[in-house]
Ligand binder design. Structure first.
Ligand code: ADP
Ligand code: MG
Ligand code: MG
Length: 439
């Protein structure tokens, strides 16, 4: 076990889950699963389109240091030429139901998508609970879920593509890994399917000491050659505690290892890119007409706050009716967004400054409430509570600029949070894992 693995009180929170599955309209669930491959193709094309990333992010990187640093790494590797042409994407597209019970995309995560390892356990637990309650016949309404097996397979597929049976899969992990069980589930599945594949876990601090690039761009960690570098950290600015961490990120990106995700995929997953894709006509350069019609149905209003007339209008909308929007900075991992009257305060402060380009204004999705019980070691008063649920659809994509080799939808999760909590961060302790009961 890695010395920083943690099973203390902070981590107990993540095992929180609902007693029962959450009702979800079957046709909307199927809409979400069937559109996943199209969304992944879209992400892939964006990630490999330098002009689009440049144009979309140029005003944001002037004012947002974190995105600017990521972009600097992207520019360096792009100008050098990618040492590894393939990227591995283990993605999760997230949805809330709106007032008409239609799915609307909250965001698409391209880095460190969590809970694919644990989600099938929750699906199975809910089947068990329904059976115990005498409703075995109803377990057919809980869709099969193979996200753990499939995420492991995605990493194995990338490892196979690297064509060096001695090489390892590197999990890059936080100093204190609260979500350890989720990561280990995927690791153990890799080892079960192919015990020949070694998985190593290292923090950025470890890598500063142990990682090197060979002249042929092989990534070496200690005595190992790395075939696949899988980031379970690096999505939040707090992971980059020093310039040495940024240097090690650059070193990994320059290497021949297949990155999950590559830097260009991480940038494709920013809220700013999501906002750009929702503007009229933009999808045309990436998708065909019938795909565009389907994708636009799941998008909700996303407004740029650039210093122009449209941006001024968006700022005025946010100030006059803040309860209708969420204000999002270019951040990941939950807990960063601005809601309600705070939007008014932030927008009035930013008003006509360039700083507002760091944010995206998104329509608030007013999701329906359901009742359920949360179970877990720390809480739990066994009371029925009002909850809001967010569906996540997992998928795998492997490809390079010219060719997509693998592109499939592979499973799902529901993350449920108490009504009134703006952000459902499970690691932060507010939410819990859940699964869909299709109706
Ligand atoms: P992050 O990358 O930090 O997870 P998200 O865009 O997923 O950022 O926002 C975090 C949380 O905020 C979501 O899980 C959801 O609970 C809430 N949220 C985000 N966007 C909206 C929205 N448009 N309407 C309602 N709630 C939202
Ligand atoms: Mg995210
Ligand atoms: Mg999210």
């Amino acid at each position: 076990m890695h010395s920083s693995d943690c099973f203390d009180r902070n981590c107990v929170k993540i095992s929180r889950f609902t007693l029962l599955p959450t009702s979800f309209p079957r046709n909307e669930f199927e809409k979400a699963t069937s559109i996943q491959a199209t969304l992944q193709k879209l992400m892939h094309k964006v990630a490999y389109n330098q002009d689009f990333l440049n144009n979309t992010l140029k005003s944001t990187i002037k004012v947002d240091d974190f995105t600017a640093e990521l972009f600097k790494i992207y520019k360096t590797v792009y100008e050098e030429g990618y040492a590894q042409s393939y990227s591995l994407g283990l993605l999760r597209s997230d949805y809330l139901l709106n007032g008409d019970l239609e799915i609307k995309q909250v965001e698409l995560n391209t880095i460190s998508s969590s809970f694919a390892g644990l989600a099938p356990l929750v699906s199975n637990l809910h089947k068990f609970v329904l059976s115990e309650l005498g409703h075995h016949d109803k377990t057919k309404n809980l869709p099969e879920n193979y996200s753990c097996v499939q995420y492991a397979q995605g990493l194995i597929d990338a490892w196979t593509l690297y064509k060096n049976t001695e090489a390892v899969i590197l999990f890059i992990v936080e100093e204190i890994t609260c979500n350890i069980c989720d990561q280990r589930a995927i690791e153990f599945e890799i080892r079960r399917v192919n015990p020949q594949i070694r998985v190593i876990r290292r923090t950025f601090a470890d890598l500063i000491k142990q990682a090197q690039l060979r002249p042929n761009k092989e990534l070496i960690v200690g005595n190992h050659i790395v075939a696949v570098a899988y980031y379970r950290t690096g999505y939040q600015s707090t992971a980059y505690t020093s310039n040495d961490v940024w240097s090690i990120r650059l070193l990994i990106e320059r290497s021949r290892a297949i990155k999950c995700p590559s830097i260009q995929y991480q940038l494709a997953g920013t809220k700013k890119v999501q906002e750009a894709l929702a503007q009229p006509g933009v999808l045309k350069q990436f998708l065909d007409e019938s795909e565009i019609t389907k994708v636009l149905k799941i998008f909700t209003g996303l407004y740029a706050l650039e210093l122009n007339e449209a941006g001024d209008k968006a700022v005025a909308m946010g100030i006059s009716q803040p309860e209708k929007y969420v204000l999002k900075p270019q951040r990941e991992g939950g807990g960063n967004n601005v809601y309600g009257t705070d939007i008014k305060i932030v927008l009035e402060t930013l008003k006509n400054s360039e700083e507002r380009n760091a944010y995206t204004l998104m329509e608030y999705i007013d999701a329906p409430l359901q009742n359920n019980y949360f179970l877990g070691p720390n809480n739990d008063k066994n009371t029925l509570v009002d909850l809001i649920s967010e569906l996540g659809i997992y998928g795998i994509i492997i490809g390079d600029e010219n060719d997509i080799k693998v592109n499939k939808q592979v499973g799902h999760v529901i993350r449920t949070k108490p009504f009134g909590e703006n952000e459902g961060g499970i690691i932060a302790g507010a939410g819990g894992l859940d699964s869909p009961y299709l109706i």
